[in-house]
Write a protein that binds this ligand. Sequence first.
Ligand code: ZN
Ligand code: CA
Length: 376
Amino acid sequence: MTELQNDRLVELFTTLCSINSPPRQERAVVEYVKGFLRGLGLEVREDNAAEVVAGDANNLVATLTANITGAPKIFFSAHFDTVEPNPNLKIIIQDGVIKTDGSTILGADDKAGMSAILEAIRIIVENNLPHGQIQLIFTVCEEIGLKGARALDLSLVDSDFGFVYDTGPPVGTVITQTPNHDRLMVHLLGKPAHAGVEPEKGINAIQIAAHAISQMKLGRIDAETTANIGVIHGGQATNIVCPEVFLEAEARSLDRAKLDAQVGHMIHLFEHAAHLYGGEAIIEIERHYEGYTLTEQDVPVQVVRRALKRLGLDAPMRPTGGGSDANVFIARGLPCCVVGTAHQKIHTHEEFVLIEDLAKSVDLTLAIIKEVTEMR
Ligand code: ZN
Ligand code: CA
């Protein structure tokens, strides 16, 4: 890319970052992107996700009509929301790096992905480059449990397969595997009693929790499986035998049977300990997202690999421990793969991008579009 185009890309990226958009408050950035895409002549539609996620903005599905026939219909996807707010964002651009002053996140997750997609579409339209139908699926509330993608109105989507721009460099990295993920909400019930006067009449829920957790396999279970207790609270005063403890835990595994075994193990220990002390364990399990496995046989993966080759680039194919909208899309029957873009050190105030990676993401997007036109 020329330097001039890089300037324009950096401006687009920093503009997107400058529009504060924590989950459920994406309205302003959605409006900006709508204007951008309508200005390029795309058909832009919204679904009714705001109502479902209790936010102020909907998912956006924009369509660029094909100017050639016979190519597969594809989509590119990114999410509007950032993991936390960044009002008063101060962007520092230095030596090819874009970062903040350290007091907030940048929001490059996922505005790096989004700006690469938008810039590529702008280049396609301005130069009237050949392309099949391209949809852009931009979601809200990704960071709080892929809620926007779950709420997405699939009747707006007409694509054969797609690409979700939501992981870090090297640009073009393909995520091949993500775990199944369960969340556990555990209520341990004991019985209150005065701790000094008649403690024998009480059942201490903290003791139930301690007993269970002391025997629980947590952390890394095996190469494919992890488990964690992340939240515990309960108790009011030292003179009360604690009647109630609340815990939040999770387990993840690439292998569904291993996940079931780990979750079963955790449930068993909580129930066993509750029984032992005469208390009760009430456990709610929430399947947080569905895992997937992709190989080089899957079409979106093939396309990314060929596009990389076309550019003379290489990037790894690797599993990850986290989820993205792709988990929901695949589970809902929309084939896609997660593609590495520019954002680094995400979810921290040290978040940054290399301008070079932003530009590479645009080039990769253009190369993907080109590969798809050749699939006629
Ligand atoms: Zn993200
Ligand atoms: Ca994220």
